[in-house]
Design a protein around this ligand. Structure first.
Ligand code: ADP
Ligand code: MG
Length: 329
């Protein structure tokens, strides 16, 4: 069923009807007007998903809708911001009502979970691409940044690493048949969910205000993203491979080398990596427990000398150069 641009917008508007009291003028005018409470700062981010590049072409549209918002909420979480609003720029190859309804359902499900109002957007014809711009709020001056890590701080990761990369490998038949066949169905399903329905660590990010000295969300792989944090903070780090959330179970099912590659450099994790001064370590652990963050771990510590070293269970240094990862060190 081919629809006009206005009918398409109506589908989105009715599916994503969740609103907030601070939306003064919402969807339907030339621009939205939003109320920012006194003493709060506005935190803004945007991320684009392109078909075939950021998700496989046969991805369920509901999962695409969920993920387009999730990747943005993950960025807000890494700043310690509480998400509030978003706009959605959609480029669609054809006016397919069923596709759009499913997309809107996935998008709206996550938006409602985090009290995010869709306050506007743009709809055009073109290759499938989805851009969300999300806005959040935080008390003035409390943003978590990449730049505050200090020597002696502990490094924590909230959320499993490597499982989304394993999900992509499963979807794209990137694993040898005997490996795939040996992975229990329930583990395979969890890998696919990690890829298609990442859970942004919004409550954790907010709870870490005043506790974490720095934070980043892991979207391009831990080595790359922790590398950005270390560079911004002017420090180095030592990590224990064994302690990375999700690593042991992946190793059990995929083998040590594949598990290590996925956990360190897989990408699409949307985990939260952050640092905490030693005196606030217990406060951080309590905050994580209070958020029902089930999967988190202390994974290493910050040192003054630049560089990044990863040691395995035997205390051996993982050779990051061999993989071409040396530029993260
Ligand atoms: P304009 O031509 O003034 O830019 P549009 O006709 O493109 O307005 O959009 C009409 C209304 O629908 C606007 O409020 C716009 O924000 C909203 N809108 C358009 N596309 C989307 C979308 N993909 N998601 C949410 N709102 C949208
Ligand atoms: Mg206009």
């Amino acid at each position: 069923m081919a629809l006009s641009e206005f009918e398409l917008i109506d589908i989105l508007r009715s599916a994503c009807g969740h609103s907030r009291a601070d939306v003064v003028i919402g969807n339907g005018d030339d621009a939205a007007v939003l109320e920012i409470p006194a003493g709060q700062q506005l935190v803004v981010c945007t991320d684009t998903l392109i078909a075939g590049r950021h998700f496989p072409l046969d991805t369920d549209p509901a999962d695409i809708g969920w993920k387009a918002l999730a990747v943005n909420l993950s960025d807000l979480a890494a700043m310690g911001a509480s998400p509030a609003w978003c706009v959605l720029a959609l480029s669609l190859p054809k006016a397919d009502a069923n596709w759009l309804r499913a997309f809107a359902r996935g998008f709206a499900e996550l938006a409602a979970q985090h009290d995010v109002a869709l306050v506007g957007g743009d709809t055009t014809r073109g290759p499938l691409s989805i851009t969300v711009c999300a806005q959040g709020l935080l008390p003035a001056g409390t943003a978590l940044t990449r730049a505050g890590a200090k020597a002696g701080d502990v490094i924590l990761v909230c959320g499993r690493l490597g499982w989304a990369a394993a999900g992509l490998a499963l979807k794209q038949c990137g694993l040898p048949d005997e490996v795939r066949a040996s992975i229990p169905a329930s583990i395979q399903a969890q890998c696919i969910v990690a890829l298609d329905r990442p859970r942004p660590w919004v409550a954790v990010g907010c709870a870490l205000r005043g506790i974490a000295s720095s934070a980043i969300d892991v979207s391009d792989g831990l080595l790359a993203d922790l590398g950005h944090l270390l560079k911004a903070s002017g420090v180095g780090a030592d990590l224990q491979l064994e302690s990375l959330p999700g690593y042991r179970e992946l190793r059990q099912h995929l083998g040590a080398e594949r598990a290590r590659d996925f956990v360190l450099a897989g990408g699409d994790d949307y985990a939260l990596c952050f640092t905490v001064p030693p005196r606030l370590r217990d406060a951080a652990l309590s905050a994580l427990q209070a958020c029902d963050a089930l999967e988190f771990a202390e994974v290493g510590c910050i040192r003054a000398a630049p560089g990044l070293q990863v040691v395995d269970a035997d205390g051996e240094s993982v050779n990051l150069e061999r993989k071409g990862w040396d530029h993260f060190g």
